[in-house]
Every structure is written in structure tokens, then in C-alpha cells.
Design a protein around this ligand. Structure first.
Ligand SMILES: [Zn+2]
Ligand SMILES: [Zn+2]
Length: 232
């Protein structure tokens, strides 16, 4: 992506969007977060995060304009979490229909009876705020330190400012996790459509038979305790 007045694909890029070399979908993009060879979001500065927010905002808009109403933005960090490159990046998969997980949660997030709005009123789970966004421990996390990043207002999709706040809270999560547990592989993704939010799942325990076969997730860390640890 070129800054105003510059052609795309010329030297001096700051955030670069390229098609996935091995796409599993009709249209899949890789967003390279910085030209610096940096492995983790924790090492990016505010200016770099601002550029990523612009790229995310622009590409989400491009997907919708092309008729893909449910673009799926995801971020994997660490090889154990499926990151295919050691250089920090995110991916955007253009989907025409909501992914199954999004479909599943739609009824729970309906306006008026939104479970996420409820979570946002529980002060014991709050870790940090940035602008209109709140970072909180997930009330029924699948993994220790699972967190949610969401706007306090019930809105379907983020604006540029919201994405900037979300990126700073994502970086904060990665940094605090590194301080607590060392470099931690994790997956994060954006859910759109009702009350938008990022879910962040650190990959501390290995998913095994009980989790994959039974859908039973044993989490050894209570969300209130996770919030306390991630706050400091
Ligand atoms: Zn809501
Ligand atoms: Zn969700």
C-alpha cells in the first residue's frame, strides 16, 4: 500500500498487502506489518500500528465493495499457532457468508440481549481501555489468558479509529503475555456483523483429544485472575 502520492510496489513501503501464495480460498491476502524483520506485534511502534490500521480498514472496505460481506481478518503469532512466516503479519480471507463460528454467536449477540454488552459491564474482567475500546478477560475462555477486545457501544463494524485502538490493545496483550509467560504463540481474529470484537486465544496448552473430540476445554486460570495478572 503506497502513502498518498506514491505508486504501489515501489521501494520505501511501510505496510505491504500481497496475495497469499498458497490460497485456500477464492481471495486471501497477507498484510505484512512492517519492512523491519520483526517477529512479534509487541515490537511495533505506534506509527507502524497506525499504518496497519489504515491497511486493514482499506482492505476490509475493498472486500465488502467486491461483494464479500464477511471478510475474515486473522492474526497468528508463533509457529505453534500456525504462523507460516516468522515476520509479523496478518491475513484477510474474503468470505461471502459468515464463517460457522460467526453464525453460531450471532443469536447470542443480538441487539437488546447481547452477551458481549453484558461482559462489558463486568468491571472484574477489565484489563485496559483505549479510546472507545475495552480489553477484557473472556468470561468462559477456552485457554488461560483468553481475552476480548470490543467497543463499549454495540456496533457491527469498526471504523479506522476503532481498528487503531484494537491494534494497540492487541500489542498490549502480546507484551503482557510475554512478560508473564515468555514468548507465547497466539491466534487472534476479528468477528464482524453484530457487535464487532477481536478474540485472542493464547496457545499455552496443546489441544488434544478432550478438546478436539469432546469440545471440552479445561482452563486452569479463572478469568478474574487472568484480568488481574494482565492488568499489572
Ligand atoms: Zn453488544
Ligand atoms: Zn466472537
Amino acid at each position: 500500500m503506497a502513502p498518498p502520492g506514491r505508486a504501489p510496489d515501489t521501494p520505501g513501503w511501510q505496510v505491504r498487502v500481497v496475495p497469499n501464495l498458497y490460497p485456500a480460498f477464492e481471495h486471501q491476502e497477507v498484510i505484512v506489518h512492517t519492512p523491519r524483520h520483526v517477529r512479534t506485534l509487541a515490537e511495533l511502534d505506534d506509527e507502524e500500528l497506525g499504518m496497519i490500521a489504515v491497511a486493514w480498514h482499506e482492505r476490509l472496505g475493498a472486500a465488502r465493495e467486491a461483494g464479500f460481506d464477511y471478510p475474515f481478518l486473522l492474526f497468528n503469532e508463533g509457529r505453534e499457532a500456525g504462523a507460516s512466516l516468522p515476520h509479523t503479519h496478518s491475513q484477510l480471507v474474503w468470505l461471502r457468508e459468515a464463517a460457522p463460528e460467526v453464525q453460531n454467536e450471532l443469536p447470542r449477540l443480538a441487539a437488546g440481549t447481547c452477551a458481549l454488552c453484558d461482559v462489558l459491564t463486568d468491571g472484574a474482567l477489565e484489563i485496559a481501555v483505549d479510546g472507545e475500546l475495552s480489553l477484557r478477560a473472556a468470561p468462559a475462555g477456552r485457554a488461560p489468558y483468553e481475552v476480548l477486545i470490543a467497543p463499549r457501544v454495540h456496533e457491527a463494524k469498526p471504523d479506522l479509529e476503532g481498528l487503531g485502538s484494537a491494534l494497540r490493545l492487541l500489542r498490549l496483550t502480546v507484551s503482557r503475555l510475554r512478560a508473564l509467560e515468555g514468548p507465547t504463540p497466539l491466534n487472534a481474529w476479528l468477528h464482524l456483523g453484530v457487535h464487532w470484537h477481536f478474540e485472542v486465544v493464547p496457545r499455552l496448552p496443546v489441544l488434544a483429544g478432550l478438546e478436539l473430540g469432546g469440545g471440552i476445554f479445561v482452563n486452569w486460570l479463572a478469568p478474574e485472575e487472568a484480568a488481574v495478572r494482565l492488568r499489572d
